[in-house]
Design a protein around this ligand. Structure first.
Ligand code: NAD
Length: 250
């Protein structure tokens, strides 16, 4: 067998929000690199089709999980068993002008993207501590590091994810638990695909220094780096994967 720094043989990874988009892609990549994968999302039926695509790599398990529900998180911990790698990916956005943003919009976004993410990390960190460590990868966004109009609660939640990552990294380093974040730029997935065909979408792409959208595959290297022992001396890092969007000109 070829030696690889990024191999995940013998590791068990859990991916939240694995029924679609980046979560489904991350699960596939982790499985292809040797991890046993637990797919978690609210709708188990939607997870089954993702699990089917992972069959060539071995068995993937599906567990029901609503990251905003304490009882659902507790049931997930029982069902999932020991986890070495948590990809905290579940998230959502409610778009619209800040003047019209409702309290319900604010709550659902913060509860899912930030509170849900913290309590997922907490739920799995005790097991990781007992077994000597683990890797937690929080999916942030460049909107946690810069700002744009029409996404106030989302940007605030992702800024919170950045600070959550650094705070937990500090506190859990002594337990061997590494906590890092991916901060993707604009990635072409099913939910935003149509937008990129519009004039506004095309104009936005022109503001990305590499002049192209990210594809899910562009996140593979950073994901595998953070998941594997190749990043064993990295914790508290927030990795932008954005074609240079964060460094664009004023
Ligand atoms: P998506 O809508 O396809 O995926 C989000 C997933 O989270 C879905 O499977 C959804 O069911 C799940 N989810 C939502 N609420 C949940 C809950 N309460 N409990 C469990 N699962 C829940 O979108 P995506 O683009 O794949 O986004 C995945 C992550 O990547 C999100 O955190 C998003 O903020 C982040 N992100 C995406 C982009 C992008 O351009 N696509 C850029 C930066 C960051």
């Amino acid at each position: 067998m070829k030696e690889t720094l990024l191999g995940l043989d013998g590791k068990r990874a859990l991916v939240t929000g694995a029924s679609s988009g980046l979560g489904a892609h991350f699960a596939q990549r982790l499985a292809a690199h040797g991890a046993e994968v637990v797919l978690a999302a609210r709708r188990v039926d939607a997870l089954q089709s993702v699990a089917k695509q992972l069959e060539p790599y071995g068995r993937a398990r599906c567990v029901a999980l609503d990251v905003t529900s304490a009882s659902s998180r507790a049931a997930m911990v029982e069902e999932a068993g020991p986890i070495d790698i948590l990809v905290n990916n579940a998230g959502l956005v409610r778009e619209g002008a800040a003047l019209k943003h409702s309290e319900e919009d604010w709550d659902v976004v913060l509860d899912t993207n930030l509170k849900g993410m913290f309590f997922m990390a907490q739920a799995l960190a005790s097991g990781m501590r007992e077994r000597g460590g683990g890797s937690i990868i929080n999916v942030a966004s460049i909107l946690g590091l810069r700002q744009a109009g029409g996404v106030v609660s989302y940007a605030v939640s992702k800024a919170g994810v950045v600070q959550l990552t650094r705070t937990l990294a500090l506190e859990w380093a002594r337990h061997g638990i590494r906590v890092n974040a991916l901060a993707p730029g604009y990635i072409d997935t099913e939910i935003n695909h149509d937008f990129w065909q519009t004039d506004a979408g095309k104009a936005l792409i022109q503001r990305i220094p590499q002049r192209r959208l990210g594809q899910p595959d562009d996140l593979d290297g950073p994901l595998l780096l953070l998941a594997s022992d190749a990043s064993r001396y990295m914790t508290g890092a927030v990795l932008p994967v954005d074609g240079g969007h964060l460094v664009n000109t004023l």
